[in-house]
Design a protein around this ligand. Structure first.
Ligand code: T3D
Length: 262
């Protein structure tokens, strides 16, 4: 871990904070290295049952560090950076068998916005705002933006956001379905941790397989998805957490899930 990414655990939640506030947490080599170490720990630590990703200062993330990452006067091989840093991170976030809450505390621009969209539950502070800034510098949305955005907000809005590069408010993002909920700035950090801590009490294997099924639904037709649901539900039917959920229902008490994967 390095200082560009902070890591702490609270209530079985790994809190991962992008920490270059003077650059609105723009993505550079230190941030990618820090995120890599954070995900190593999250994957290895059975006590971590959910992740909370957020930013320090007034921004969530301003996308690629345009001042540092691009050396010289170009032309640049942007594909190399995407292959090395962005795509593995997005794939890792989607494949992680634990839920990720992204708490967008301030501006989310370019790849910063699209990393947020790779999370499972996206919330925003009232003062946050969002821009697919790429078009302003002659690029197209990367870090999964052309995949996640149309699925979240619909084709029309995705195309307009990508092509116009306008900034939208958190209220608009909520109305578009791009974020789950918006909270007042004063209570935002507390609400974010509450949501992540809530997820950390849920049946871990059910969340993992749910994530797998929802990921697969982007490519599957109905028949394949129905078959997948059957197979995954068969697995869950054999877990102690399912037995506990049913017992708790019968006893009229809250269920206490083990948090075990598999
Ligand atoms: O090779 C590869 O990495 C390819 C991959 C590319 C993926 C991408 O993400 S491309 C898109 C890159 N991001 C952008 O184009 C956004 C650039 N930033 C902005 O447009 C604005 O800063 C914001 C809309 C995000 C916020 O505006 P505002 O007015 O609230 O803040 P500001 O004054 O512009 O920024 C504050 C500081 O952060 C400022 O530094 P200073 O002048 O106070 O010393 C600014 O330079 C710095 N900053 C903001 N964004 C970036 C940045 N520094 C480096 N890289 C940034 N992306």
């Amino acid at each position: 871990m390095n200082e560009a990414v902070l890591y702490e655990t609270r209530n079985n939640v790994a809190v991962v904070t992008l920490n270059r506030p003077e650059r609105l947490n723009a993505l550079n080599a230190d941030i990618f290295a820090g995120l890599g170490s954070a995900f190593d720990r999250i994957e290895a630590d059975a006590d971590v049952r959910a992740v909370l990703l957020t930013g320090a200062g007034r921004g969530f993330c301003a996308g690629a560090d345009l001042l540092q990452s691009l050396g010289g006067a170009g032309p640049w091989d942007l594909g190399a950076a995407i292959e090395r840093d962005y795509n593995p991170l997005v794939r890792r976030m989607r494949a992680l068998p634990k839920p990720i809450v992204c708490a967008v505390n301030g501006v989310a621009a370019g790849a910063g916005l699209n990393l947020a969209l790779a999370a499972d539950v996206i919330i925003a502070s009232k003062s946050a705002n969002f821009t697919q800034a790429f078009v302003r510098i002659g690029l197209l949305p990367d870090a999964g933006g052309t995949f996640f955005l149309p699925r979240l907000v619909g084709e029309g809005r995705a195309r307009a956001m990508a092509m116009l590069g306008e900034t939208i408010s958190s209220a608009e993002a909520e109305a578009f379905g791009m974020v789950w909920k918006v909270f007042d700035d004063e209570v935002f950090a507390t609400e974010a941790l509450t949501i992540a801590a809530n997820l950390a009490t849920r049946p871990a294997q059910a969340l993992a397989l749910m994530k797998h099924a929802l990921n697969a639904s982007a490519a599957n037709g109905l028949d394949a998805q129905l078959d997948l649901e059957r197979d995954l539900q068969r697995q869950l039917g054999n877990t102690p957490d399912f037995a506990e959920g049913v017992a708790a229902f019968k006893d009229k008490r809250p269920a206490v899930f083990s948090g075990k994967l598999r």
